[in-house]
Design a protein. Structure first.
Length: 278
């Protein structure tokens, strides 16, 4: 990776304030909006089919998060996705809970097949289900058998590269060890905190951050996604470091947003734990 690639990716977001249209789930919509603001982007939410064509047209990126699907939101995702594709906008797909139900798995697969998705962001169980591999989810959480470890890191990276090659998207598999890959290169990222799994929406927030970074860095998509994932993980570490004796997951959620808001390029370069994998 080029020197200062992570710093430049973050500063490009801060300097351009990319507007991102989010069709996301009702559980985390407020957190997603705040995460976009914290990283330097700007959110707008709409999942009404009659509204999304106009909304997508004024944005630079589109997030499709399948966490709380219904017939209206599915229609809206297809309509907005088609418009974003026409305009060449960055589309980021979050297959929340893919593998948990046929509706989620089928919808995510259809979106990936029909649209020029630039980034897929999910846990390993979700990404396996999206790829058509055998996967068993624990709701929206990763199945313990699918957790990325040092022992299976090489195989996991190869899987991510294969999906990237087949889909044309950068694939970000997030967990205790994160993997970000395109068809040719893969990076392991070892930032983050276990507390990120104790709040709702950490992954959904990251997906929106990924979209802002994709919009602001069109010529360096892979590097931008490494920066987004490492930055969110580093913010999680800093938030965990603020936890006091009376703090719980509610405080951690607030500290996470604060840390993301205060993150700068120099701190990201210094704190990112990124390794390119062979």
């Amino acid at each position: 990776m080029e020197p200062f690639a992570l710093k430049n990716a973050l500063e490009n977001v801060r300097n351009t304030t990319p507007l991102v249209h989010c069709i996301t789930n009702y559980v985390t919509v407020n957190d997603c909006a705040n995460a976009l603001l914290a990283c330097g982007g700007s959110p707008i939410m709409s999942d009404e089919p009659a509204d999304v064509t106009d909304i997508t047209a004024i944005c630079g990126g589109l997030v499709l998060n399948i966490g709380t699907l219904n017939a209206r939101s599915i229609e809206a995702m297809h309509v907005a996705g088609a418009r974003a594709a026409e305009l060449g906008h960055a589309i980021v797909l979050d297959p929340v809970g893919a593998g948990a139900s046929a509706l989620r798995t089928d919808t995510a697969g259809e979106l990936l097949d029909e649209l020029p998705v630039r980034v897929v962001r999910g846990n390993m169980s979700e990404v396996k289900a999206l790829a058509g591999a055998s996967a068993a989810t624990r709701g929206v959480d990763v199945n313990p058998d699918d957790v990325v470890t040092e022992e299976n890191l090489a195989a996991s990276a190869a899987f991510a590269r294969d999906l990237a090659a087949r889909s044309g998207a950068v694939v970000a598999v997030t967990g205790a060890i994160d993997i970000v890959a395109d068809a040719d290169r893969a990076f392991a990222i070892r930032n983050g905190s276990p507390l990120m799994g104790r709040i709702t929406g950490a992954g959904c927030m990251l997906t929106c951050v990924c979209a802002a970074f994709a919009v602001a860095n069109p010529q360096a998509l892979l590097e931008s996604q490494v920066a987004a994932v490492a930055g969110m993980g580093l913010a999680g570490q800093q938030a965990a470091g603020r936890m006091g004796g009376m703090d719980g997951n509610g405080s951690f959620r607030t500290y996470l947003l604060d840390a993301l808001y205060r993150l700068n390029g120099d701190a990201l370069e210094a704190g990112a734990k990124v390794e390119e994998l062979a």
